[in-house]
Design a protein around this ligand. Sequence first.
Ligand SMILES: NC(=O)c1ccc[n+]([C@@H]2O[C@H](COP(=O)([O-])OP(=O)(O)OC[C@H]3O[C@@H](n4cnc5c(N)ncnc54)[C@H](O)[C@@H]3O)[C@@H](O)[C@H]2O)c1
Length: 332
Amino acid sequence: MSNVVLVTGAGGWLGGLLAKAIHEDPLTPDVKLILADIADVRAPPGSNSICLKVDLTDPPQVDALFQTEFGIPDTVYCMHGIMSRGSEDHFDFGVKINVDSVRSLIESTRLYGTTRSPIKFMFTSSLAVYGGSLPDIITSSTIATPEGSYGFGKLTSELFINEYTRRGFIDGRILRLPTIVVRPGPPSNATSAFLSGILREPLQGIEATCPIGNSFDAPELALRAWLASPETTIKNLVHAKHVSSAKFLAHTRVVCLPGFTASVRDELEALIDVAGPEALKLVKFKDDPVNRRIVSSWPAVFDNTYALSLGFVVDQGGMVPIVRKFQKDLLS
Ligand SMILES: NC(=O)c1ccc[n+]([C@@H]2O[C@H](COP(=O)([O-])OP(=O)(O)OC[C@H]3O[C@@H](n4cnc5c(N)ncnc54)[C@H](O)[C@@H]3O)[C@@H](O)[C@H]2O)c1
């Protein structure tokens, strides 16, 4: 079987890491990668890749991704998008990218697949689909009622993927990602970006703004988040492709990827543990009620049982090993 994998958003952070991981995946030998983004894309060194600069809001450009010299992909990773604060502040633009362009990618995936062998369609969704009054622990059957435009966009696309999978048009796998820390590079326009920034910047001797609470002692710092490391998330994204379709629940392809709970204070304590109290002095507190409202509406405790039963993995040891690993990467 020829292994051809299309990754959209391949110029982004997770898309780039994923392309490298698929290239190195022993279960996907001799893989050919079609890497698409509106921004520049860099192919993993040594990989057999085509890098394409495309605007995925334009359906003919989406369709062209299925007509390259590599042939029709057997797997599509739909990783492009605009993040939470971006879609909240620019509603129409957010719908165009997080809903309309995803739908056109789903349509092309349907068109080029066959009912006997539907193309796998992997979608990176988010815990932002949840909102309102929630149980203490989220399970795979908790109803999603988003309180922000980003979650609305993700949930809308999820409904298409589930329905198209039920009809046999595609073989969808919807992965609701925890918030991933520590994200390297410049801050993203995600509402949750500070969850990485308050660690990443101080570890490099740079000031960071914490939009939750006005001091280290503020009660708002008890705000909890559902987190995963980049390494674990990428392992799980690669694994998702290898899960047999028979193993998923019959009525939904949604999987909440495993994560762990940490408060903003837990993060800052891990920073002190790894880099000392001087690092904390670089965190400037400036409460932002909009940011706090959105992040507070996201659930912070999930039941990992279903995801683990499918073979996905979870970080061990909480925040400290993740902060330590990020610091080690900075020094290497
Ligand atoms: N990073 C996280 O913590 C997290 C959490 C939950 C879900 N996700 C989801 O994972 C995916 C990847 O996230 P990321 O952190 O790598 O984001 P990112 O912003 O680094 O990458 C997104 C990429 O999408 C591309 N893109 C946007 N509009 C496009 C268009 N019209 N045409 C072509 N490409 C376009 C951007 O250029 C960018 O390179 C996204 O779908 C995101 O919603 C991320």
